[in-house]
Write a protein that binds this ligand. Structure first.
Ligand code: AP5
Length: 212
């Protein structure tokens, strides 16, 4: 599992982890955005919360995530769960279903850094690559097709951050015995080098908690 404040770099690190370790990336935010794009009733309800930066109610999220985790690709290759759980209730819900991670990575970045990260983020809808106008500039040839998320404004970030701070301790409390805290306020490759070390040690059958 990977957690952190909005724009802390979860998605960026997930892309790198998937490339190296071949896990199936399951992002609660991406699942919800796909539901919104489908135009379904659930998607319409979810959008009203997401557009304000609030958590989507559990009845719309929990089954969605549990169903995705149970699919054959995730069962066979292993999963990397991003942005779930975000509350004690969500952690309880998957615990009751017998779902526990091997490692819980918390990426830590100070709030002041996140405004610049969120407002400069751009996404390539063709490759799903995450760019940043300053920190990871996109190639000129694709500039016209890049999109900006509707919740990537400073105002909405404030709500998303308040939600994060309200819930993070309770979530982390569920995973204390497998928690790895990573300083996310470094260049992306440095952050990944640390995560790579943790996961590589784990795949060599050593507990990451004992590595630190
Ligand atoms: P979600 O999509 O999960 O958004 P989030 O948690 O706010 O996280 P982000 O995707 O914004 O950021 P990230 O940490 O992935 O950062 P990234 O790598 O892109 O959730 C959206 C909404 O859905 C929520 O607000 C809520 O409404 C709903 N939702 C989701 N899950 C839910 C749940 N479980 N329950 C209920 N509701 C739920 O990086 C950001 C930028 O910074 C990029 O431009 C990147 O290039 C740059 N960057 C990354 N790392 C670095 C670095 N080290 N240095 C400099 N720049 C960097």
């Amino acid at each position: 599992m990977i957690a952190g404040a909005p724009a802390a770099g979860k998605g960026t690190q997930c892309q790198k982890i998937v490339d190296k370790f071949g896990l199936v990336h399951i992002s609660a935010g991406d699942l919800l955005r796909a539901e919104v794009a489908s135009g379904s009733e659930s998607g319409r309800k979810a959008e009203s919360f997401m557009s304000q930066g609030y958590l989507v109610p559990n009845e719309l999220v929990v089954e969605m995530v549990k169903t995705r985790l149970s699919q054959p690709d995730a069962q066979e290759s292993g999963w990397l769960l991003d942005g779930y759980p975000r509350s004690a209730e969500q952690a309880d819900a998957i615990q009751e279903a017998g779902i526990r991670p091997d490692v819980f990575i918390l990426i830590e970045v100070a709030d002041e850094e996140l405004v610049e990260r969120v407002t400069g983020r751009r996404l390539d809808p063709e490759t799903n690559t995450i760019y940043h106008l300053k920190f990871k500039p996109p190639p000129d040839a694709i500039l016209n097709r890049l999109v900006q998320r509707s919740d990537d404004t400073e105002d909405k970030l404030r709500n998303r951050l308040a939600t994060h701070h309200k819930n993070v301790e309770a979530v982390v409390g569920h995973y204390k015995d497998m928690l790895v805290e990573v300083n996310g306020q470094r260049p992306m490759d440095e952050v990944f080098a640390e995560i790579d070390g943790v996961l590589s040690a784990f795949t060599e059958d050593e507990s990451p908690a004992q590595q630190r």
